[in-house]
Design a protein around this ligand. Structure first.
Ligand code: GAR
Length: 192
């Protein structure tokens, strides 16, 4: 299933990676995770990958003199696995223009807000502090700006009066876990 192979890039918990793996197991997503890449050796996403025998590679940013040097190492690994799509799932590094251009139209990102509102790494906290009544989830193609690019799917999450960052994040995650496999399926089916 080479042309339905994907790489998932993660830096942390990997709950979205798990949602993708679960959707594949339940045959709701016709894809294969060929590779997991992390910039963080402590990412729990690596444990999730090992549990289902998916090759997982840690690339330590401290070993590279520049962002592009890191990205060139990532690209070499991606090439070796011949994936069609790269799904960023909580990958907290900015990709270099070189990498984004090389994989133009083949990199997806999921973000816990309704972009273009609240880009960055504290989207849930920022939305709560701003006082929005509705936030949500965005899946988009990646371009050279952070949390930016053509939007593929979005879904709303209402903010409740007593929400904390934790309670809101929990509901956002629930939606992310449904939307990301769906978005990946649409791209792999060529419907986009
Ligand atoms: C997800 O909520 C994702 O939307 C967010 O990181 C989390 C990773 O969770 N990404 C961003 O904020 C990108 N700017 P996970 O590791 O449990 O999938």
């Amino acid at each position: 299933m080479k042309d339905r192979s994907i790489a998932v890039f993660c830096s942390g918990q990997g709950t979205n990676l798990q949602a993708i793996l679960d959707a594949i197991r339940r045959r709701r997503l016709r894809a294969r995770v060929a590779l997991v890449v992390s910039d963080n050796p402590k990412a729990y996403a690596l444990v999730r990958a090992h549990a289902v025998k998916v090759p997982a590679v840690v690339i330590d940013p401290r070993r590279f003199p520049s962002r592009e040097a890191f990205d060139r190492a990532a690209a070499r690994i991606v090439e070796a696995h011949k994936v069609r799509l790269i799904a960023l799932a909580g990958f907290m590094r900015i990709l270099s223009p070189w990498f984004v251009r090389r994989y133009a139209g083949r990199i997806l990102n999921i973000h816990p807000a309704l972009l273009p509102a609240f880009p960055g790494s504290h989207a849930v906290r920022d939305a709560l502090r701003y006082g929005v009544k509705v936030t949500g989830v965005t899946v988009h193609f990646v371009d050279e700006q952070v949390d930016h690019g053509p939007i593929l799917l979005q879904g709303p999450v209402p903010v409740r009066k007593n929400d904390t960052e934790e309670s809101l994040l929990k509901r956002i995650h629930r939606l992310e876990h449904r939307l990301y496999p769906q978005a990946i399926q649409e791209v792999l089916n060529g419907r986009v």
